[in-house]
Design a protein around this ligand. Structure first.
Ligand code: GRF
Length: 207
């Protein structure tokens, strides 16, 4: 059984997609052991409670320094004894020590086809605003392993989504979630849980 912790900051629709996929058997060999949020008010925590998953808050606001916050966060994760950390809309920078410790065991969902519209400053609606401003006709989402760069780790899965005439950033964001993010993240977890993903020379091989 792959022991998974999901890290969240907000509404948690991606978390919900993972919970549902474990429940309906789309994801196998997986136990969701905890949901960790930096934000006490995140609705994602309610989703965890409703699903009977341990919910944990580790907020930088509760510590005087980043170092202290990082220590507590790493300690919390270590104690959970997890095989995989899933960043599902987690908006806080991950401590570099955590990335070293969990190399190729942290994945993230990004709402664009990396390497377009990614990197520093591209998060949330900003990604979709930038895509519409450039006038691209195809957007999408990417699941990737997390390395020390921003959105630079090995790509696991990508899915394209069409831009339609008259799209607003909000409409496009919703379509990318529905058609790509909510499918890709569960699919990636299932692949990892069934030992189908390896990383060679900074790229993934999917069997
Ligand atoms: C998603 O668009 C994800 O790609 C981005 O943040 C959003 C999270 O939404 N990084 P939710 O909390 O899963 O509803």
């Amino acid at each position: 059984m792959l022991r998974v912790a999901v890290m969240v900051s907000g509404g948690g629709t991606n978390l919900q997609a993972i919970i549902d996929a474990v429940k309906d058997g789309t994801i196998t060999n997986t136990e969701l052991v905890a949901v960790i949020s930096n934000n006490k008010g995140a609705y994602a925590l309610e989703r965890a409670k409703n699903a009977g998953i341990k919910d944990v808050v580790v907020s930088p606001k509760d510590y005087d320094t980043r170092d202290e916050f990082h220590k507590v966060l790493i300690d919390t994760i270590d104690k959970l004894d997890v095989d995989l950390i899933v960043l599902a809309g987690y908006l806080v920078v991950i401590p570099p020590e955590l990335i070293d410790k969990y190399e190729n065991r942290i994945i993230n969902i990004h709402p664009s086809l990396i390497p377009s519209f990614c990197g520093t400053g591209f998060y949330g609606l900003k990604v979709h605003e930038a895509a519409l401003a450039r006038g691209v006709k195809v957007v999408g989402a990417t699941v990737h392993f997390v390395d020390k760069g921003t959105d630079t780790g090995p790509i696991i899965l990508q899915k394209a989504v069409s831009v339609e005439q008259g799209d607003t950033p909000e409409i496009l964001q919703r379509r990318v979630m529905e058609q790509a993010e909510w499918k890709l993240l569960p699919e990636a977890i299932n692949l990892i849980a069934n030992d189908k993903v390896s990383v060679v020379d900074g790229k993934t091989i999917i069997r």
